[in-house]
Design a binder for this molecule. Structure first.
Ligand SMILES: [Zn+2]
Length: 642
């Protein structure tokens, strides 16, 4: 963007302002022509839409029009040029100009000094099958004529070489009754035409747009206007008000969690695919796994996901139908909180590799521990800090699972920062998902180390809030010296943690670090403890509802619970009923009542807890007795006021 600098105005202020303004206007029209794209969504052919770019002010001898190879937040090669067809350019007399495709993503236009328009067709990425190099739904394009259009702008609109900073206007012709949800500012022209404006290509690429019949909810969090817009493939199943009920407490909690909300509008955009069939398959008696794999193969693996943007999230997930409402909502809610928290990092806290993103030859930043790890950790931490979940649930359900999965990271072969910096290479990309597992655990342990080293004066969030006063979406930190800067805000000894576990390849001493906050951890322990009522009991069972419940299929002689064949019971009854609020075992021979669905009715089944000598893997519990220091740090960590 052109910067307005009024120098020497103290001497001739008015003249200077006039000169500066006229210079600005001239320079605008000369160096900053506007992209003027038009798309007619009522003209779909062969699952493709036509983009026309009026680019008469861009004329020069040779023009190169690029589509992104990689887009921010995906950490993978997308090569959007693969989905472009019939690329043509015309001069002001309507003559076609010579165009040549170079590589996968660029078009070179020759003798382009009199260029007037570019025209090309974009195909639907959701309906294409490319094995491992296919485009994930949350970064792709959906062209479902007359029903729904998902326009991930970077997949549809390109930019001229060295003109990534130019402003853009997009005019859409839309089917009757359609409505566009996006964080971009929109102006309705009439009931069939709508215009969106973007400051530059980065802004445009950062704002997905979804068109369909409207299903929206608007609300406000502090200074931020929030819109939820949904499309559900299952007809007549509105979703926005349901998702609002579910995410509002978390979004409000994040509002309270941050010193400032770094955006004044935000859009949650949800696409729900009809997965009722999957629900049926998972409850079936036979061939569940192959049939489920078959379903997923024909329904865009992976199951779902979302992509973060500065002012919006586009999320793709499954509506598994009746009996799975909780599951559908849990997935959507988890995704939403995570994506929304990305307004902290990387969106407002990132290195120069992400700032002014290079869509063609991006350099990957080594700080995924921060961008994804801290985000995922905060998504869980915010819910416990704001009392939406208990410390037991946070630690023993959410973080324990991440710890177990995180242990699969091959830290003897690569450090976390090495994986991040090389994530475009297959060898490293295979472990990308660890950002949500080990990455989140690393963030949790980093938080505890910060609390210990500052004697409770600071937490990870305090350090992040401090960094946010210096950096924002236009001011990146330095990729190489960031860890040193981070350490300097805490204590010199924090460097050891980075050296060993984030930049280094050492095993993480969970027990040692967790003990600081009064949490006990054992990778494997022999102990006298309650027998698990499902897994260690003398019964046979089969899993239902994606492991949420089990059906008892056979009761044998040593069953200690008192099950009957056909009973349906929640899989996590051990966690819910055999442990106290700190995750410690209830005493032997104590009697509890567990809910069981028997013959279609819910009953409370009395159970006497039996103990035996057993091995427990990855045991985590909050210490029943803590030292004063552990209690203090525990409370600071989880935001508990006593
Ligand atoms: Zn993320």
């Amino acid at each position: 963007m052109t910067e307005h600098k009024f120098r020497r105005t103290h001497r001739f202020p008015i003249i200077n302002i006039i000169i500066s303004l006229s210079l600005t206007i001239i320079s605008f029209s000369q160096t900053n022509p506007r992209y003027n794209y038009s798309v007619d969504l009522t003209n779909v052919r062969h699952d493709r839409i036509n983009v026309i770019l009026d680019c008469r002010d861009f004329g020069q001898d040779q023009l190169i029009y690029h589509f992104p190879k990689v887009v921010p937040g995906t950490y993978t090669k997308s090569d959007f040029g693969r989905f472009i067809h019939k690329f043509q350019a015309f001069d002001q007399n309507g003559n076609e100009l010579r165009c040549k495709k170079e590589g996968k993503n660029s078009f070179i236009i020759s003798n382009a000094s009199d260029i007037q328009t570019i025209s090309y067709w974009v195909s639907d990425t959701w309906d294409m099958f490319f094995g491992h190099i296919r485009i994930l739904p949350m970064e792709g394009t959906n062209i479902d004529d007359g029903r729904n259009f998902v326009i991930n702008t970077f997949a549809v609109f390109g930019y001229f070489d060295k003109h990534v900073q130019n402003p853009a206007t997009i005019n859409f012709t839309i089917p009757e009754g359609f409505y566009g949800v996006s964080a971009l500012h929109q102006t309705p022209i009439n009931d069939r035409k709508v215009r969106f404006n973007a400051e530059d290509y980065h802004h445009l690429a950062d704002c997905p747009i979804m068109f369909s019949s409207p299903d929206t909810v608007n609300f406000k969090i502090r200074n931020m206007e929030v819109t939820i817009g949904t499309y559900n493939e299952i007809p007549n199943t509105p979703f926005s008000s349901k998702v609002y009920e579910d995410i509002y407490p978390s979004v409000k909690a994040i509002g309270a969690f941050l010193d400032t909300l770094p955006a004044d509008n935000y859009a949650f955009i949800y696409y729900l695919t009809d997965a009722r069939k999957l629900g049926e398959i998972l409850n079936a008696k036979y061939f569940k796994v192959p049939r489920a794999i078959g379903f997923l193969l024909t329904h865009r693996i992976p199951v779902g996901g979302a992509l973060e943007h500065n002012n919006s999230t586009f999320s793709y997930s499954f509506d598994v139908g009746e009996g799975y409402e909780d599951l559908t909502m849990d997935i959507v809610s988890d995704i939403s909180v995570h994506e929304f928290l990305h307004i902290i990092t990387p969106l407002n806290l990132h290195s120069q590799y992400i700032d002014n993103f290079n869509y063609i030859e991006p350099k990957m930043s080594k700080h995924l521990w921060l961008y994804e790890g801290c985000t995922e950790y905060f998504a869980k931490l915010v819910t416990v800090k704001e009392d939406l979940i208990t410390p037991k649930e946070f630690l023993i359900k959410k973080m324990r699972r991440k710890l177990i999965r995180g242990e699969k990271f091959p830290n003897e072969k690569m450090s976390f920062t090495e994986m991040s910096a090389n994530v475009l290479k297959l060898k490293y990309k295979r472990h990308y998902n660890q950002v949500y597992q080990r990455g989140a655990v690393l963030a949790m342990l980093l938080d505890i180390e910060i609390i210990r080293l500052t004697e409770g004066q600071k937490t990870l969030l305090d350090v992040i809030n401090e960094l946010l006063t210096k950096y924002d979406k236009d001011h990146p930190f330095d990729e190489d010296s960031f860890i040193d800067e981070f350490v300097s805000l805490v204590h010199p000894d924090l460097k050891i943690f980075f050296d060993k576990y984030i930049e280094g390849r050492e095993d993480i001493p969970y027990q040692e670090i967790l003990n600081t906050v009064g949490v006990d951890y054992h990778k494997s322990i022999e102990e006298n403890r309650p027998i698990y009522p499902i897994r260690e009991n003398d019964i046979k069972y089969r899993r239902r509802n994606m492991n949420r419940t089990v059906e008892i299929t056979r009761v044998k002689k040593d069953d200690f619970v008192g099950f009957q064949k056909g009973d349906i019971v929640k899989y996590d009854i051990f966690y819910n009923y055999f442990l106290d609020e700190n995750g410690n075992y209830l005493p032997e021979d104590s009697t509890i009542a567990i809910p069981v669905t028997r013959n279609g009715k819910e009953i409370k089944l009395p159970v006497t807890i039996k103990y035996a000598q057993k091995t427990t893997e990855n045991k985590i519990n909050i210490m029943p007795e803590m030292t004063a220091e552990q209690r203090k740090y525990f409370n600071i960590w989880l935001g508990i006021n006593e």
